[in-house]
Design a protein around this ligand. Structure first.
Ligand SMILES: *Cc1c(COP(=O)(O)O)cnc(C)c1O
Length: 456
């Protein structure tokens, strides 16, 4: 297709400096393919660890097709077609959050998208800081350093949500210009009460930024109150000042696709620059005029655009994927609640399930954080190292206070314990769940027998 299109520009001679022999290519490619064996099976439901899955075939085809043209969405003349696709895909994301108007664009990551949102926070309230919860992504604290802003860490409540009392205490000091809320924390998948934070922040003249990098696509279910989700936080997003979502997490995109959106289009003025390299080819909006990043893959926009043509951001489109993830998480939580070998850490708000093995203890002795920590790590290793029937999980560090608030019967003999965390980001998890649960149970039970000091 790129060749058919290219033909209209007339013949030219290819330069020999690019030429490689087909045998040399085949040999080098063979080595690449071999090296790719050293990977985890992200596509398979027996991988139930981090928030990773392969892109949709439509995203792959969209990406590869546009990549042959190599458009750069920094400027409209870098890629007119993919610039239009980016604007349409971003408008779809804005509609998903119910934004009445917006300015926004894709980024290479959630990190960059959050940096842009905090940069605007600094421009709007110079000299004022940012409040974020202890469960928010570590990028916020780091980006406050980058931007020279004061970061205020607010404790989380017993479910991992930002503590409203502590937040009000911090807001009262008058030094906070923007509050960060998270709809789906990276660790526990907890949804902050956006509606309550918004009301509180407005009372103290502060802005609200929503980090929906991981959970954002759940707005499709959340705004409609589906999947057992409380609609209030999801509906409040439209009244906040900025929101970030990562299509490279739930959005079936390859890495290199985040997005930042501002419901007030006037936010775009904070990005004004006057570069001698880029110029307006028309009076239209320049994506480079509203972002901090310069070169950006137009192919990422094409991939997202093509995906959204086939799987729209509706109940019937992406909603079916998210509903299956959610059902899997709720069903697993139910199985864990009655398991003798594993215990649910807390009820899942979205599709992240957290749990820990419960190795047997001597009668009258208490289960300890250090025993939970060792058993979680043992389960992780046993699952990954199994040559037959492996499972791939991830671990999460839980501080002693947070842990014992949820499980007061566990003795805090250590400052923290690792627990096990499974992000059920693939709809295939729903049907695979009985197999996954029984295999993890088996590994937890056999690990307990071999644990040093375990009761016989
Ligand atoms: C993943 C994530 C980020 C960081 O995004 P990257 O795309 O990994 O740079 C920020 N915030 C939250 C809540 C996330 O889940």
């Amino acid at each position: 297709m790129a060749e058919r299109w290219g033909g209209q520009f007339g013949p030219y001679r290819a330069h020999p400096a690019h030429r490689v022999g087909s045998e040399a290519f085949a040999e080098a490619f063979g080595r690449l393919a071999k090296r790719m064996d050293d990977n985890y099976p992200f596509f398979h439901p027996r991988y139930a660890g981090q928030m990773v899955k392969p892109p949709h075939p439509a995203a792959v085809v969209g990406y590869l097709t546009a990549m042959l043209f190599n458009p750069n969405n920094h400027a409209a003349e870098g890629g007119p077609a993919t610039t239009e696709m980016e604007k349409e895909a971003v408008a779809d994301l804005a509609a998903m959050f119910g934004l009445p108007a917006h300015v926004g664009h894709l980024t290479t990551s959630g990190t960059m998208a959050n940096l842009e949102a905090l940069y605007v926070a600094r421009q709007v309230h110079p000299g004022r800081g940012v409040a974020f919860s202890s469960e928010c992504h570590y990028t916020h604290e780091r980006m406050c350093h980058v931007l020279g802003m004061e970061g205020h860490r607010v404790p989380a409540d017993g479910h991992g949500r930002i503590d409203l009392g502590a937040l009000e205490e911090a807001l009262r000091g008058g030094r906070i210009g923007t509050v960060v809320v998270t709809t789906g924390t990276t660790g526990l998948g907890t949804v902050d009460p956006v509606h309550e934070v918004l009301e509180l922040a407005r009372r103290y003249g502060a802005r609200v930024h929503v980090d929906a990098a991981y959970g954002g696509f759940y707005a499709i279910l959340g705004r409609a109150g589906l999947g057992g989700l409380d609609p209030r936080p999801w509906r409040a997003i439209a009244a906040c000042d900025s929101v970030v979502v990562d299509p490279h997490k739930h959005g079936l995109q390859p890495y290199g696709c985040g997005a930042v959106l501002f419901p007030d289009p006037r936010a775009g003025r904070h990005f004004a620059h006057d570069s001698p390299y880029t110029y307006f080819t028309d009076s239209d909006l320049h994506l480079g005029e509203i972002s901090l990043e310069c070169s950006r893959a137009g192919a990422a926009a094409a991939a997202l655009w093509l995906t959204l043509q086939l799987l729209p951001l509706t109940r019937e489109g992406f909603g079916r994927i998210l509903s299956a993830n959610r059902r899997a998480a709720l069903a697993w939580a139910d199985l864990l609640r009655t398991s003798p070998d594993l215990r649910l850490y807390q009820s899942p708000d979205l599709d992240i399930v957290t749990y820990f093995p419960t190795p047997p203890v001597e009668p009258s002795a208490a289960l300890t954080l250090s025993a939970v920590d060792a058993a979680s790590q043992r389960l992780l290793r046993a699952g990954m190292d199994a040559t037959q029937d492996p499972v791939f999980l991830s671990v999460l560090r839980a501080e002693a206070a947070a842990f014992t608030a949820r499980h007061p019967d566990v003795a805090a003999d250590a400052p923290a314990a690792r627990i096990v965390r499974s992000v059920l980001i693939k709809p295939e998890s729903e049907h695979y769940l009985p197999t996954l649960h029984s295999r993890i149970t088996e590994l937890a039970a056999s690990g307990a027998q071999h644990a040093p000091g375990a009761a016989a």
